[in-house]
Design a protein around this ligand. Structure first.
Ligand code: 9G3
Length: 551
């Protein structure tokens, strides 16, 4: 049975006003409801009520992880630099990795993630294919020295994450665990009361290709996603882009003066055509320093991750480099480029017979530039950032847009860490093979903030029952009263016996203060015990989620 929470002696310093530096609803409400306090920039203390919610989320995560057959361990937050040097990541990351030296001047970091440690853990002692697959997880504090910590728990420098790592002897086995983890992650989101979507994502620097992000939908979220009613969804950083460029038909190649035109917006306005009828040029270089000019529909933005995937070592040119190649920023085009330039264009432009482009001459543009006739495209590929209105890659309907908070992510890592760190097992034929790995993360403190982001109103938090700091708060309106006080106590104990988690607001405060705090804290049920009601044998029950009241 749970102890009754007594507010008088519980540390719940609620605030009437929004703290000045709190930027979004969850940050404000967690501070105002006395659940969270800032210790340093991006570093927070969980107060008793906030910590209870955190532990409930952790319990849900543990249940779902254990149900997949994963086993819990606990690795240290303090990690030796040697392991990061082995994987090559000591040098890949800059100041975001929190580094320190011990008294013997040995290098360490405060762990941002644990791929290195887990790979080192199994490499000497997990030897046989017979022991595979294996999945281990932990719930641990992590560190990342964010440039600009903000949004409270959503972008903090110290955060709590569940991270799991799996080891396999085949791609099929990895896929099986990856699918099981993905399902568990969906259930975790559901049980936490989140409205969420699993989206196609980019694996960034971590390595591997297949990855899904679980996004809690929220306007305040930093991630942009596109989705379709057919079930498709993607992070705009990663999603395939099928834009709809239009053609501005001028059959002859025609040079026109475009004074003062430097941007696509200005060009479209000057010609009185939609931006989708213009073609945007971006100059870059490949790994060998060769000039590459990219062309995309004027209505879209370049996705640099896609460019780097299409062109080995691709980086955009600086203004000085452009000058050195003799290029004119703001009026670049495919006709009359230096001979050595490679032309790479977005696949959607294949369907545009006449391009509106820069003339490679300050103050001039070309109309009717025809690929095949006036210039040659060396490579067609997907280059743009997808946006709402583009076609769904699965069903070709128009995609819709939303914003989200990335609460969790699953990755197929492959052999990046096992190969670089020499983690091998012996297969059926006694041959050494690198482990095939997966890794899976749930942002626990982030999930807490995402729940508040989705469940609040102008009065405060509205906790879903499964993660609320307690289910019921009994509110005696006159604490010293001979009838009210014992009745409130009796009701609290009765609720407790029924299996509810119960709080009692035994503070000597005005009714108005207690009501406001109860709504702010967000107990799902309030039981209000007052002199007047008791005289008629009544108490009032208020449901926070619906605002419904009954006697
Ligand atoms: C670093 C720093 C920042 C980082 C990483 C390493 C992100 C890093 C990716 C992951 C991926 C997965 C295990 C659980 C699931 C997620 N930012 N990532 O590896 F050194 Cl400073 O953390 N890790």
């Amino acid at each position: 049975m749970h102890e009754i929470l007594r507010l008088k002696n519980l540390y719940v310093p609620t605030l009437k006003e929004d703290p000045a530096d709190a930027d979004i609803a969850s940050h404000k409400l967690l501070l105002r409801s006395g659940m969270l306090r800032k210790t340093a920039s991006g570093v927070y203390t969980f107060l008793p009520l906030g910590f209870r919610v955190l532990k409930k989320i952790e319990a849900i995560v543990r249940e779902e992880m254990d149900a997949t057959g994963a086993y819990e361990i606990m690795m240290p937050a303090l990690q030796p630099s040697e392991l990061w040097l082995e994987s090559g990541r000591w040098d890949d990351y800059g100041p975001e990795l929190m580094r320190l030296n011990d008294r013997h001047d040995r290098g360490f970091c405060l762990g941002p993630t644990h791929e290195e440690l887990i790979t080192a853990l199994v490499r000497d002692e997990l030897r046989s294919y017979k022991q595979l697959p294996l999945t281990l997880y932990q719930i641990q504090v992590k560190f990342r020295d964010e440039i600009r910590p903000r949004f409270g728990l959503l972008r903090s420098r110290e955060f709590i994450r569940k991270d799991a790592y799996s080891f396999h002897d085949s791609q099929e086995s990895l896929q099986e665990t990856y699918d099981a983890m993905s399902e568990a992650y969906g259930r975790i989101c559901d049980r936490c009361g989140l409205e969420w979507r699993g989206v196609e994502a980019d694996s960034g620097q971590i390595g591997g290709k297949v990855t899904t992000e679980f996004m809690a939908l929220a306007e305040s979220g930093e991630a942009e996603l596109v989705y379709c009613d057919c079930g498709y969804s993607a992070n705009t950083e990663a999603g395939e882009c099928i834009p709809h460029p239009t053609t501005h038909n001028v059959s002859e190649l025609t040079k026109i003066a475009t004074p003062e035109v430097h941007t696509i917006e200005e060009l479209a306005q000057f010609l009185d055509i939609p931006e989708s009828s213009t073609v945007k040029a971006l100059s870059g270089k490949d790994a060998e320093g060769n000039l590459v000019v990219l062309f995309i529909p004027g209505c879209h933005e370049l996705n640099e991750i896609k460019a780097a995937r299409a062109i080995e070592g691709f980086t955009l040119l600086t203004d000085d480099e452009m000058k050195a190649f003799g290029l004119h920023k703001g009026s670049m085009g495919p006709v009359g480029l230096p001979d050595e330039a490679r032309i790479v264009a977005d696949s959607s432009l294949k369907g545009v017979p006449q391009w509106v482009v820069g003339a490679n001459e300050e103050g001039y543009h070309l109309l009717g530039a025809a690929p095949g006739r006036d210039f040659t495209v060396d490579k067609w590929t997907d280059l743009c950032v997808v946006k709402p209105g583009d076609s769904c890659p699965d069903c070709h309907c128009a995609l819709k847009g939303a914003r989200g908070i990335e609460v969790s992510q699953v990755f197929q890592l492959g052999t990046k860490y096992s190969e670089s760190m020499g983690a091998t097992y012996l297969d059926k034929d006694g041959r050494e093979q690198p482990f095939i790995m997966g890794c899976y993360g749930v942002g626990v403190s982030r999930t807490l903030a995402a729940i508040v982001e989705q469940h609040n109103d102008e009065h405060g938090i509205k906790w879903p029952l499964a993660v609320a700091p307690a289910h019921v708060c009994v509110i005696p309106l006159q604490v010293g009263d001979d009838l009210v006080q014992p009745k409130a106590e009796e009701i609290a104990q009765a609720c407790q016996k029924l299996g509810f988690e119960v709080a009692i607001d035994d503070r000597d405060e005005r009714a108005g203060v207690k009501f406001a705090d109860a709504d702010l804290i967000g107990w799902p049920l309030q039981i209000i015990v007052g002199k007047r009601g008791l005289a008629e044998g009544k108490v009032e029950i208020k449901r926070r989620l619906t605002g419904e009241r009954s006697d």
